[in-house]
Design a protein around this ligand. Structure first.
Ligand code: ME8
Length: 610
C-alpha cells in the first residue's frame, strides 16, 4: 500500500504541487493508527484536486475537427467521449474548463464529396456538420464551443495567422513536385509511398501509412520553412517528455524527426482547389486544408485578439492517424508564429471491427446512434472508455458490449445499490448511522466490533481510490481507472455478502447498529463510485447520486471525503432521506445472438436478496 501511495504521488502531476514531504512522512510513519493514516490520505486526496493556484486552473481541451465527407462512426465518438470526460473531470476539480469540437469543411476531399452528392459545398457541409452535432448532443458531449471551418471568425483567424507566418519570413513562393493523398489531404515523401493494385487490378501508388491512393502533383505554390524547425521540435519533445502521450507516440515523433523533414507546401492552385480560404493577397492560391484546420484551435481560443488565457492551457485529443500533423506541423507553425505550444497531445489508437479498419466499402462501419438504441448512450460511453486502450487498436464487438455492461453496470454496481437501498433492508429509506463500536476506527480495537480484516482492506482501497482514479484520468488510461473502480465495487459487494445484513435480527439493538453501519459504509462507497463516474457515465452517475440523496453541490472532487464518521467527524449524509427510487440503475441487455430461440422474458437487474 505504501509503495502504491508513493508511486501515485510521484506520478500525479497535480499531486506534485502538494507538499511531497508531508505525504512521504504520512506514508512512511511507522504503524500509524488507522485513523491518522486515513487523515493523511484524505488530506492528500483533497489537496490533489483543489489546492492549485487559481491562475493554473484553466484547461482547454479539443477533439480533432472531423471531415464532413461521411457520417460519424464510433471512432469519432470515441475521440469526443475522451475529450468530454477530461472536460467534465476538470470541472469537477474546480477548473475553468473549455471544450472545443467541430467540423473540418474545406479541401479537395470535401469539394469532391459535395460534387459527387450533386450539392453545393456549403449545403453539403452544413448537413453533415449538423449530423455530428446531433450525435454529440445525443451522447451528452458537453462541448462549450462547436467550430466549423467555414465560419467567418475562422477565416479571419486563418488569414491573420498566415500573414504572421509570411511577415516573419517563414512562407515563400516555390514549386512543389511530389506525391499527394487526397483522402489524407497529405503530402508524402518517396519513402512513404508504396506499390499496390486497385480493385480493377491496375497498378497504383499508395501511402504506406494509411493505404490511401496517392497521385503525383506538380504545382507552383507557397512553401513553409518546416525544415528550419527540426532542432526546436526535438528540444521541445526532449524537454517535455509528457507532451505527446502515450510514450510510444512520443518516441514515434522523435523518430520521424530523425528522418527527412522537407519544407511543406501550404497552398494549392485555386484552379484545382476552390473550396477553401484564399491566400491573403494572392487569389490564385488556396490555403492548404491542414493549415486551415489546425488553426481552429486558436480560433476557438479567441485568436488573434483574446487567445492568451485559453491558448496557454491547450490540450489536444487526436487519433494516431493525425499525429504527424499535430506533433510536427502544428508545433512548427506555432513556433513560427511565436505562440506557445500545446501542453499535451493525447493520442489514441483506433477502433476496428472484425479486426479491420472501419470503412464504407467493407460495410463494417458502426453507427453509434443505432447502437445507443440498444445499449443506451451511457452504456456506449462506458464501453468505449472501459475497453479502449490508448496504445493499441481495439476491436468493437456487440457481444462484448453486452457482457461488459451486464457484468459491471447491471450486476456489480446496479446490484450493490439495489441491495443497499431495498426497503426490506432499509425501510426508513435513509442514509443510516455509522456506529464506531461496530466498526472501530482503531484497528487495534477491531476485536471489539463486528468488522473483519477484509472490511478494513476494503475501506483502505476505497480511500485510496480517488487518487488512483485521478492518476489514470490524468494520463488518459481511463480503462485502468474504471478497472480500479470496478475492483472496489466488487469488494463492497463482497463486504455486504460477507455480513449478510438480511439475516441480522432487527429486534436486537447491537444487530440493528451493525446493520445500519453496513448500509452506511456501503452507501458511502457508492457515493464515491457515483462521484468518480460522473465524467464517464453522467446519466447513470446522476441517477445513482440522486438515489443516495446527494445534492448537486455535493458532487465535486472536493466532496470525495470518504466515511468521515470513521475519522470522528460529522457526516452530512447521516440520517438524511434517500432520493426517490427511479428504477434499476442499468437494465440487463439481451445478448445479440445467444438469446435467439429462447422464449423472450423481460429481464431486470439483479434483485436484492432479503
Ligand atoms: O483527420 N478509431 O478528420 P477525420 C478511433 N479533419 N478514432 C477514430 C477512428 C477509429 N477507427 N476513425 C476516426 C481529420 N477517428 C481532420 C482532423 S484536426 C485539426 C483535423 C477519430 O474526420 C480520430 O480522432 O478523418 C482521428 O484522428 C479522427 O477521428 C480523424 O477524423
Amino acid at each position: 500500500m505504501m509503495k502504491t501511495y508513493l508511486s501515485i504521488i510521484r506520478n500525479c502531476k497535480v499531486a506534485q504541487r502538494w507538499s511531497f514531504s508531508h505525504a512521504t512522512r504520512c506514508a512512511l510513519s511507522p504503524s500509524p493508527s488507522f485513523s491518522s493514516k486515513w487523515n493523511c490520505k484524505m488530506l492528500m486526496v483533497r489537496r490533489m484536486g483543489t489546492d492549485i493556484p487559481t491562475e493554473d486552473r484553466t484547461y482547454y481541451i479539443t477533439t480533432p475537427i472531423f471531415y464532413v465527407n461521411a457520417a460519424p462512426h464510433i471512432g469519432h465518438l470515441y475521440s469526443a467521449v475522451t475529450a468530454d470526460y477530461l472536460h467534465r473531470y476538470k470541472l469537477l476539480q474546480g477548473f475553468n474548463s473549455r471544450f472545443a469540437t467541430g467540423t473540418d469543411e474545406h479541401g479537395l476531399k470535401i469539394q469532391q464529396a459535395a460534387d459527387a452528392a450533386g450539392q453545393d459545398p456549403l449545403s453539403f457541409c452544413t448537413k453533415v456538420s449538423e449530423g455530428f452535432k446531433h450525435l454529440f448532443e445525443s451522447f451528452h458531449i458537453s462541448y462549450t464551443d462547436y467550430i466549423r471551418t467555414t465560419e467567418e471568425r475562422h477565416r479571419c483567424a486563418v488569414e491573420h495567422f498566415w500573414t504572421v507566418l509570411q511577415s516573419k519570413g517563414f512562407i515563400y513562393k516555390g514549386s512543389y513536385e511530389g506525391w499527394y493523398s487526397t483522402q489524407d489531404e497529405s503530402f508524402l515523401t518517396p519513402s512513404q509511398v508504396g506499390d499496390a493494385k486497385d480493385s480493377s487490378g491496375k497498378e497504383i501508388k499508395i501511402s504506406l501509412e494509411s493505404g490511401h491512393k496517392v497521385e503525383w502533383m506538380k504545382e507552383e505554390n507557397y512553401m513553409f520553412r518546416l525544415s528550419e524547425f527540426r532542432s526546436r521540435l526535438q528540444e521541445w519533445l526532449e524537454g517535455n517528455p509528457r507532451a505527446v502521450q502515450p510514450e510510444r507516440f512520443h518516441h514515434a515523433v522523435l523518430q520521424w524527426l530523425q528522418e527527412d523533414l522537407p519544407d511543406l507546401s501550404v497552398s494549392r492552385q485555386r484552379s484545382r482547389l476552390q473550396w477553401g480560404i484564399p491566400v491573403p493577397g494572392d487569389l490564385d492560391q488556396t490555403i492548404y486544408v491542414w493549415l486551415d484546420a489546425l488553426v481552429n484551435y486558436l480560433t476557438v481560443a479567441g485568436y488573434p485578439d483574446t487567445h492568451s488565457q485559453w491558448w496557454s492551457a491547450a490540450h489536444h485529443v487526436v487519433g494516431k492517424d493525425i499525429l504527424k500533423f499535430h506533433a510536427i506541423y502544428w508545433p512548427a507553425f506555432l513556433l513560427a508564429a511565436d505562440l506557445p505550444l500545446p501542453q499535451t497531445i493525447h493520442v489514441h489508437s483506433h477502433w476496428t471491427v472484425g479486426g479491420k479498419k472501419m470503412s464504407k466499402s467493407l460495410g463494417n462501419v458502426v453507427d453509434p446512434l443505432e447502437r445507443s438504441q440498444r445499449f443506451t448512450t451511457d452504456g456506449m460511453r462506458y464501453f468505449l472508455l472501459r475497453q479502449g486502450v490508448p496504445d493499441t487498436d481495439c476491436n468493437y464487438d456487440d457481444d462484448k458490449v453486452v457482457k461488459l455492461l451486464n457484468a459491471e453496470l447491471t450486476d456489480s454496481l446496479g446490484g450493490l445499490i439495489n441491495r443497499c437501498t431495498a426497503p426490506s433492508l432499509n425501510p426508513a429509506q435513509v442514509y443510516p448511522h455509522f456506529c464506531t463500536d461496530s466498526f472501530p476506527s482503531q484497528r487495534t480495537k477491531a476485536h471489539e466490533g463486528r468488522a473483519v480484516d477484509e472490511d478494513y482492506h476494503m475501506l483502505d482501497a476505497v480511500h485510496a481510490l480517488p487518487a488512483v482514479v485521478e492518476q489514470h484520468y490524468e494520463s488518459v488510461h481511463v480503462y485502468k481507472a474504471l478497472e480500479a473502480i470496478n475492483g472496489c465495487v466488487r469488494q463492497t459487494n463482497g463486504f455486504v455478502q460477507r455480513h449478510t445484513p438480511w439475516k441480522l435480527d432487527r429486534g436486537d439493538g447491537r444487530d440493528q447498529l451493525w446493520l445500519d453501519t453496513i448500509l452506511h459504509v456501503s452507501l458511502e462507497c457508492l457515493r464515491m463510485y457515483g462521484t468518480l463516474l460522473q465524467p464517464i457515465v453522467p446519466e447513470i452517475a446522476d441517477k445513482l447520486l440522486s438515489r443516495l440523496g446527494v445534492k448537486p453541490e455535493e458532487r465535486s472532487w472536493a466532496a470525495l471525503d470518504f466515511l468521515v464518521k470513521y475519522q470522528g467527524k460529522d457526516c452530512p449524509f447521516e440520517g438524511r432521506a434517500l432520493g426517490p427510487d427511479t428504477g434499476v440503475l442499468f437494465n440487463r441487455l439481451e445478448r445479440p445472438n445467444a438469446e435467439k430461440g429462447k422464449p423472450k422474458k423481460a429481464k431486470k437487474a439483479t434483485k436484492v436478496k432479503s
